[in-house]
Ligand binder design. Structure first.
Ligand SMILES: Cc1cc2nc3c(=O)[nH]c(=O)nc-3n(C[C@H](O)[C@H](O)[C@H](O)COP(=O)(O)O)c2cc1C
Length: 344
């Protein structure tokens, strides 16, 4: 296992397990709730446009907002222009973030075509110059999140990881799939472990951890930290459960009521968020849409979870969503926590 507690530059992480950045999902409310459950060493925002930060666009700034209880907090930015990325890093530093992370993994054409996201992996020299410019511009650690490579012919994460380290990156995270794979196939954790072995800075692995045991196994296989994405959306307790296992305690059990309460608490926090309501017709509608997005993942592994998902997707109001949650999670116990936790 890695040195513990681990550090990224001067930032100490209370646990090597972290919430992966997920656009549309890892908003401040969600991050706060996961943090409160324990076991979470780091949270990362949704990706934020460097262009939008530099131009001071309200909606971009909204994505970068966080609360004190989320610390240590990493703000992930995307972009491909070294000067703009350096200026955006200074803005992130000015906002008080602990870490600024660079997205070199997003395969979505809208991002990749602007010489950002995973397309930076196709130009490693340029990618390293982006990191070099940022590292010179700020005192907080600059980190990089990348994929295994652009495609099977170009699995260059080992080379790029070394290059960004030499350019000043304080840590890297590697999702062990190529951009061409998107989310198909399996994440290549052997590749991630080889990178961790070859470079000095901490390496986080990412991909396919949906059970707490898998998180602990990956850590023991040689990375310094594990980023968990979809597994946290299915089961926000997964990092706390992994920490239990890593520290030799029995893994905590989570009741149906607790799982339901998480969703109600999420609604409550979202209702108090400052958002640009032009994204939806009303604030309540925006909250319903957020719940729909989370329900896609959260309802997996429950008996009749697909029914709940469909019902939330067709619900007409926030009060209807609340009633559906109450009926599913708080009704006289049909599925017990034990029967569903095996599947989660
Ligand atoms: C809905 C969704 C949104 C994502 N958004 C981002 C993002 O904004 N930045 C990023 O670096 N990775 C993003 N990812 C990738 C995840 O951080 C993670 O590397 C990937 O999902 C593999 O890990 P997992 O199997 O634990 O989900 C996203 C993944 C999902 C499922």
């Amino acid at each position: 296992m890695s040195e513990f507690p681990m550090r990224i530059g001067s930032v100490e992480l209370p646990s090597p397990f972290a919430v992966a950045p997920m656009a549309g999902m890892t908003d401040s409310a969600f991050r706060r709730l996961v943090k409160r459950l324990g076991g979470c060493g780091l949270v990362v925002t949704e990706m934020v446009s460097s262009e939008g930060l530099v131009r001071g666009i309200d909606r971009t700034l909204e994505y970068a907002e966080y609360t004190e209880e989320e610390r240590p907090i990493s703000i992930q930015i995307f972009g491909g222009d070294p000067e703009k990325m350096a200026a955006a890093a200074q803005i992130v530093e000015g906002m008080g973030a602990d870490i600024v992370d660079v997205n070199m993994g997003c395969p979505v054409p809208k991002i990749a075509k602007h010489n950002a996201g995973c397309s930076l992996m196709r130009e490693p020299q340029h990618a390293a110059s982006v990191i070099g410019a940022m590292a010179k511009a700020v005192k907080i650690p600059v980190t990089v999140k990348m994929r295994a490579g652009w495609n099977d012919q170009d699995r260059n994460a080992p080379t790029l990881a070394k290059m960004v380290q030499d350019a000043g990156a304080a840590a890297v995270a590697v999702h062990g799939r190529t951009a061409a794979q998107s989310y198909s196939g399996a994440a290549d954790w052997d590749l991630v472990a080889r990178i961790a072995d070859a470079i000095r800075i901490p390496v986080f692995g990412s991909g396919d951890c949906v059970e707490p045991e898998q998180i602990v196994d990956k850590l023991r296989a040689g990375v310094e930290g594990v980023l968990v994405g979809r597994g946290v959306l299915r089961n926000p307790w997964i990092l706390a459960q992994a920490e239990d296992l890593a520290e030799g305690r029995p893994m905590r059990r989570v009741s149906m009521q607790e799982r339901g309460q998480f969703l109600l608490d999420y609604i409550e926090l979202l209702q108090h968020e400052r958002v640009d309501d032009s994204r939806a017709t009303s604030h309540d509608r925006w909250v319903v849409n957020k719940l729909r997005a989370l329900a896609t993942y959260y309802t997996k592994g429950f008996e009749n979870g697909s029914h709940l998902r469909t019902a939330i997707n067709t619900a007409q109001s926030l009060s209807e969503v609340r009633e559906l949650i109450a009926g599913f999670f708080f009704a006289p116990v049909v599925a017990t926590a034990d029967t569903c936790s095996a599947a989660l």
